[in-house]
Design a protein around this ligand. Sequence first.
Ligand SMILES: Cc1cc2nc3c(=O)[nH]c(=O)nc-3n(C[C@H](O)[C@H](O)[C@H](O)COP(=O)(O)O)c2cc1C
Length: 351
Amino acid sequence: MLQIGPLHLDSPLLLAPIAGHCDLSFRILCREQGGVGLASTDLLNSRAILNGSAKTLELAATNDLDNPCGMQLYGNYEDPLPEAACWAIDHGAKLIDINMGCPVDKVAKKHGGSLLLRDCASTMRLTESIVEAVRKHSGGRVPVTAKMRLGWDREHFVAPILARDLESIGVQAVTVHGRWTVQFFSGRADWERIGEVVAAVKSIPVIGNGDVTEPHHVIDLMRQTNCAGVMIGRGALRTPWIFRQALEMIRMGDNPNPEGVFAPSFLYKCQMIRRHIDLLTQFAPSERHALHTMRSRIAWYSKTMGPIKPLKEAIRTALSLADMVIAIDSWIELAGEEQEIRQKTACANVG
Ligand SMILES: Cc1cc2nc3c(=O)[nH]c(=O)nc-3n(C[C@H](O)[C@H](O)[C@H](O)COP(=O)(O)O)c2cc1C
């Protein structure tokens, strides 16, 4: 469904890196819902990786359930990005992605991210050294990609030329988030300009990104831009099953019917929350971390679950994962009973 150099993905839909959110547990959760072709780690500091920073190594953690996994690196022209990329390959990365889009001051003022959009000549030299190191280290098995914004600001729409130049030195796909660095996350993503990047490259896939929050947005973005793949970030935090729904729509062809796509029940959503807690129990670096993650995540999940204030409150105030499990299990039980009654009533009505 999407070929990135030597890497074949079963779906053209990618989970976006979202620092602080798309950890190993969440990546596995989204994959299990279906439709995810690739998920990447959140941005990893190249120096911190090589210095063995415990926090960065936690962020880089992956396993067999998280396959294929991309690792996203950031750094500037003086950082050891080629060495960090080789480390990433040795630790499970099936794809190396270079962050050229992070707008956050801490990163973009000094360390990399969107900074790389400001001096494209240096970015080309840096990327060339990464591509070469990765090619040698992996024997050509692992592609290098770049994730960029349109440019620093409206006066510097560098993405089309940069993408084409990166292609010429062996970068095998680019993801374009349709915003300017100075916008951070405000305004709308400009899909038209993503289309201009698609038109600028010769043959590598361009992955469109920005404001895809409903499955049909995937179809709209692909149609409008001709992009080969779509990356979804915040939409997945709310509805991790969006990839499955969008892939079903893609498979429907020219006339996708939103009515015919997977519609998760309330019970399903409760069970998914339980699964997320289980994954955090297994893979989060500590219980404290897991509790913190789930407390913030319940706010996203609740957006599609109607009035669940008592559940939100129970998750927010739980002092242990065991307490969270007790809370969600009671909702699963209730939702299961209600679903059963509804099904019986429906059968009786048909009968
Ligand atoms: C809180 C937050 C953290 C992010 N962290 C990363 C990151 O680590 N690496 C990256 O390339 N993009 C990061 N992004 C950008 C997203 O990957 C994505 O490009 C952006 O959110 C637009 O896509 P969306 O509208 O589907 O969310 C982050 C975005 C947010 C909101």
